[in-house]
Design a protein around this ligand. Structure first.
Ligand code: PEP
Length: 244
């Protein structure tokens, strides 16, 4: 099974989001998605309701891009994980590098949001990854573990998280780590979690590189940004990742 997850970030109008979700639903119902691929999309939270309607009774799953740690309260502008779950979402991204680095979310805040997602019945996708400087200075493993460990520590034993390893310098840049670098970090993350938690790779995944990346040992799928905004590209990534 390969997880093919699409992070739409702050893109698409309501009608574009519904049209994209509808294309994915039609591809799945038309037998154009391998049973070996689990597709999920992460629309802007304000389009989740419309996307949930478009994906009703479809195997294509969906989730939030971000949630608060609390179920409700005085948190203007935030979205409760329970609200996301109420829309039938199964997943929530936590600690995407844009949240950590652009919005200054600390490792402890990410851990609290992770616990909040699980409390609401969502499966967190814990995003971790080093900057270019951190990579050049040889700090990848240290940084990734510093981001991951508080999240794992905040989870109940029954939680079913995924990890997305996304080098920040690879996101939206077209630059990729070597297969060996990805394999090394993936193996380390799997060892750290007792091989219990699937590890996705994220960063400049396209239809052209998806097959090779999917064959890296330990890579259980992808978190896709830019290429997930186009149904054909996203479906091609799923097809390439599950090609025998
Ligand atoms: C992302 O932001 O999670 C991501 C992987 O983006 P892109 O695929 O555009 O590099």
């Amino acid at each position: 099974m390969k997880y093919i997850f699409g992070n739409w970030k702050m893109n698409l109008s309501r009608s574009e989001a519904v049209a994209l979700a509808t294309s994915l639903r039609e591809a799945a119902s038309g037998g154009r998605v391998s049973a070996q691929a689990l597709l999920a999309v992460f629309p802007p939270n304000c389009w989740l309701d419309a996307v949930s309607e478009a994906l009703r009774d479809s195997p294509v799953e969906y989730g939030g891009q971000h949630c608060h740690s609390s179920i409700k309260g005085m948190f203007t502008g935030e979205t409760s994980p329970a609200m996301i779950a109420e829309l039938g979402a199964k997943w929530c991204l936590v600690g995407h590098s844009e949240r950590r680095r652009t919005f200054g979310e600390s490792v402890l805040e990410c851990a609290a949001r992770c616990a909040g997602a699980v409390n609401a019945g969502l499966q967190p996708v814990i995003c971790v990854g080093e900057s270019g400087t951190e990579q050049n200075e040889g700090h990848t493993v240290k940084i990734v573990l510093e981001q991951l460990k508080p999240c794992l520590a905040a989870l109940s034993p029954t939680a079913k998280p995924l990890i997305a390893y996304e080098p920040v310098w690879s996101i939206g840049t077209g630059k990729l780590p070597t297969n060996g670098q990805i394999a090394e970090v993936t193996a380390m993350l799997r060892a750290e979690t007792g091989e219990q938690i699937p590890v996705l790779y994220g960063g400049s995944v396209t239809p052209d590189n998806a097959r090779e990346l999917s064959q890296i040992p330990g890579v259980s799928g992808f978190l896709v940004g830019g290429s997930s905004l186009d149904a054909d590209k996203f479906l091609k990534i799923a097809a390439e990742a599950t090609e025998k």
